[in-house]
Design a protein around this ligand. Structure first.
Ligand code: NDP
Length: 447
């Protein structure tokens, strides 16, 4: 079996040798899905996984824009349309200087499995730009978003491809992007999700990824009659996902002691309460400040420059910042300090060594494609509401989100439970996500 996996990876590597993040994501899927395919006659010999690693389309374009001083800049824009076998391409846009083809292809590939797991009819895609929103004025952000959409609009549509936010793309950016799309197309449709509540957005969408990550962890803990009550939690990041994961963990009775950004992390020995979280939300979403300012304001907190939270003691860890932010050494520290559960809020925040360590220690580990699927699932609910020209209440959307996270958990248990009873959520999520897309591809023929 290992020879089969190696041969497959060799073929993928030959074509994508300069894309380490993409290869990492494919390897993780190949290791669990190829042995499964070998046991299923209908998938055997159809090269389905090989077809799935090739994007249906990859679009790359110039994004020129003018700064406040009148200087002209050029960034690169992308949209990877990975797989539309079960529905229109769906996935976020990321604005961050690290964005390149490898990162977007890894995210688009993961998105295909994640969207399949949600049970909603959405294909997978991802896009963005190497534009750095940090330090830019609102006007500069607007001009950049308008320029970006003045090209992207011709490739997307409510039945073709429906982008959303991701790192560096929040409510402000979605507004500017939507405005330009509406103008170019002269139509008001649900072409983007994460819209404002007064113009087509869904209740709970901003909260959904963070809440969903915690709901998923809650489901894992429940399998051992455990819960968040009284647990110490480490959260990394301080953006959209981190903020709402923290809010939900606090609501469930946990003590959240860390948050971070790319400059370091804060540790608050008294725990982050709702008032402190409100301060973080204003700091990050409005003032666009740094997390170190938290420690300037609250004497119970200390700022650890240039470090990640994983050296602190905890019961539960929720990595919610970015890919590969938690390595094998970090994982070992967490395990040695008694951590029992890791639920990924970000996409692929734990590297391969870290995942291996969690599995070896047999602690709960949820991969992002399962545990952070609540965001895109609620985007799917936003698309449904837009099509119906209807709006569900906050309570209704939250109940649907909870149900979807329960269903994803069930699917992981169904496909991921090992002979000794340990639930391998990576295996479960990969196989469950694969089956639905593979069946659709088989039904539609070689296209
Ligand atoms: P935000 O832009 O709101 O926040 C990102 C956070 O991560 C910030 O605190 C940022 O710090 C930190 N960060 C970014 N890059 C790095 C880095 N290289 N090292 C350390 N910290 C870093 O993004 P989101 O909260 O929306 O997204 C976070 C993660 O969740 C991403 O992996 C994203 O793909 C994933 N995700 C998001 C979904 C959503 O609905 N928003 C849905 C599913 C997954 P700084 O400000 O210093 O850059």
């Amino acid at each position: 079996m290992q020879a089969k996996i190696d041969a497959f990876m060799e073929e993928v590597r030959a074509r994508n040798s300069h894309e380490p993040e993409f290869l990492q994501a494919v390897q993780e899927v190949a290791e669990t899905v190829i042995p499964y395919i070998a046991t299923q006659e209908i998938y055997n010999g159809k090269n389905i996984l090989l077809r799935m690693v090739e994007p249906e389309r990859a679009i790359m374009f110039r994004v020129p824009w003018v700064d406040d001083k009148g200087e002209i800049h050029v960034n690169r824009g992308y949209r990877i349309q990975m797989n539309s076998a079960i529905g229109p391409y769906k996935g976020g846009l990321r604005f961050h200087p690290s964005v390149n083809l490898s990162i977007l292809k890894f995210l688009a590939f993961e998105q295909v499995f994640k969207n399949s797991l949600t049970t909603l009819p959405m294909g997978g895609g991802k896009g963005g730009s190497d534009f750095d929103p940090k330090g830019k004025s609102d006007d500069e952000i607007m001009r950049f978003c308008h320029s970006f959409m003045s090209e992207l609009f011709r490739h997307i549509g409510p039945n073709t491809d429906v982008p959303a936010g991701d790192i560096g793309v929040g409510a402000r950016e979605i507004g500017f992007l939507f405005g330009m799309y509406r103008k170019m197309r002269n139509e008001f449709t649900g072409v983007l999700t994460g819209k404002g509540l007064t113009w087509g957005g869904s209740e709970i969408r901003p909260e959904a990824t963070g809440y969903g990550t915690v709901y998923f962890a809650e489901n894992m803990l429940k399998t051992k009659d455990n819960s968040f009550e009284g647990k110490t939690v480490l959260v990394s990041g301080s953006g959209n996902v981190a903020q709402y994961a923290t809010e939900k963990a606090i609501q469930l009775g946990a003590k959240v002691v860390t948050l971070s950004d790319s400059s370091g992390y804060i540790y608050d020995e008294e725990g982050i309460d709702n008032d402190k979280l409100k301060f973080v939300m204003e700091l990050k979403n409005e003032k666009r400040g740094r997390i170190s300012e938290y420690a300037d304001k609250y004497s119970s907190a200390k700022f650890h420059k240039g470090k990640t939270p994983w050296e602190e003691k905890c019961d539960i860890a929720l990595p919610c910042a970015t890919q590969n932010e938690l390595n094998g050494d970090d994982a070992q520290k967490l395990i040695d300090n008694g951590c029992m559960c890791v639920s990924e809020g970000a996409n692929m925040p734990c590297d391969s060594d870290a995942v291996l360590a969690f599995h070896k220690a047999k602690i709960f580990f949820a991969p992002g494609k399962a545990s952070n699927a609540g965001g895109v699932a609620t985007s799917g609910l936003e698309m449904t509401q837009n099509s119906l020209r209807f709006k569900w209440t906050r309570k209704e959307v939250d109940e649907k989100l909870k149900q979807i996270m329960n269903d994803i958990h069930e699917k992981c248990v169904q496909y991921g439970t090992d002979e000794d009873g340990y639930i391998d959520y990576v295996k479960g999520a990969n196989i469950a996500g694969f089956v639905k897309v593979a069946d659709a591809m088989l039904a539609q023929g070689v296209i």
